[in-house]
Design a protein around this ligand. Structure first.
Ligand code: ADP
Ligand code: MG
Length: 342
């Protein structure tokens, strides 16, 4: 069927002659699929320059993927992780992400901690070779986990020996911010990108309406639990269903780790969706507030005015903040409560 549609579209293009190529209409659109940062990405842009703009965006993704990868031994992160306590000069992008990560670590009482890598390795999340570590090993490894010991001086990074960074919690959000910047600089006014389900939008849809973004149902990850309508914003979710394994004890162990004890966060939340203008902040907060738990997440939202959120609990309750509630349609059977500022 898809093939047939493509052929039909191609036939239409041919039918309208060479004009298709030169047509500078608002209706032209481009789409691109990229596999990077261990995930599938799709970029869509509308308007006359969309094709070239997406090319530039894809180049940026490749560049950031190489720069931030924990496994590529030319990456900035690899250099830091193998620095044996020595200072490393990194690229501005890397420095900017680390700076933001420290800032959000501070704001969330350490729920976001980018020095968590040794723990993730021990659980086998980095090599898809999962195991349940013993408590003693985790306690020992946690001695090398504390983002406050990262020294950032401009673009010089120093971490203590045996410390290792992983920017997985916020790299995709930074990348989608960069993509938006590139698209804007290429005169694109309407675009939507999905980096492994992390969505960010530019402007509105070409017809002037808001973008409709599906929010995954954590209890049935192939379907939506709701639809959110936005413009110029990111919608980024962290969930316990995204990357996990089932242990020999039959329990589910997922990849969002509580830096307080080294175990997957287990506080009643099954997903956290953050909606806001800054992709990096939304990404970092989706991970951090998943660790923080319901009360702390709501508390953090009440003290800050730059994002909204949707929390889903293991008891199938939805908490949505008031700034976005009118733009959200709950298509699930779950109960929904609106969270207000007081
Ligand atoms: P996804 O990568 O599936 O979009 P997240 O944005 O929530 O999900 O990021 C999860 C990733 O962040 C983990 O795979 C790991 O690399 C890293 N991570 C896990 N726990 C923490 C934490 N407490 N602080 C910082 N990074 C973490
Ligand atoms: Mg995140």
């Amino acid at each position: 069927m898809k093939k047939f549609l493509c052929l039909a579209a191609a036939a239409l293009l041919v039918f309208s002659g060479c004009r298709a190529e030169n047509k500078k209409s608002e209706n032209s659109q481009a789409s691109k699929d990229v596999f990077a940062m261990d995930t599938y990405m799709n970029l869509k842009a509308y308007g006359e320059n969309s094709e070239a703009a997406l090319e530039a965006a894809a180049d940026e993704i490749t560049y950031l993927d190489e720069l931030l990868s924990v496994t590529n031994n030319n990456s900035d992160i690899w250099k830091i992780n193998n620095s044996a306590g020595n200072s490393v000069s990194v690229n501005n992008d890397t420095a900017e992400i680390i700076k933001k990560a420290i800032e959000i670590g501070d704001k969330t009482n350490g729920a976001l901690d980018i020095t968590i890598y040794p723990i993730l390795k021990e659980w086998g999340f980095t090599a898809d070779d999962h195991k349940i570590p013993d408590k003693e090993t985790l306690a020992m490894l946690l001695e090398n986990v504390d983002y406050q010991r990262i020294k950032l001086d401009g673009s010089i990074v120093t971490v203590p020996e045996n410390y290792q960074l992983d920017l997985g919690a916020l790299a995709k959000g930074y990348t989608s911010d960069k993509i938006m910047e590139i698209l804007r600089n290429n005169n694109v006014e309407s675009a939507v990108v999905s980096l492994g389900g992390n969505v960010q939008t530019l402007g509105r849809k070409p017809d002037g309406s808001l973008w409709k973004i599906a929010v995954t149902d954590p209890f049935s990850p192939n379907s939506a639990m709701g639809i959110i309508e936005i413009e110029n914003k990111a919608v980024i979710t962290s969930g316990n269903y995204e990357r996990y394994f089932i242990g020999e004890d039959g329990k589910i162990y997922h990849h969002i780790i509580d830096p307080a004890d080294g175990y997957p966060a287990d506080n009643g939340l099954v997903s956290v969706t953050i909606i806001g203008e800054s992709g990096i902040m939304c990404d970092a907060l989706s991970t951090a507030l998943f660790v923080s738990g319901i009360e702390n997440a709501i508390d953090h939202w009440r003290k800050n005015n730059d994002f909204d959120m949707i929390l889903i609990t293991d008891e199938k309750e939805i908490f949505i903040t008031e700034g976005i509630a009118d733009n959200f349609e709950n298509v699930s059977e779950m109960n929904m409560e609106v969270v207000t500022k007081e």
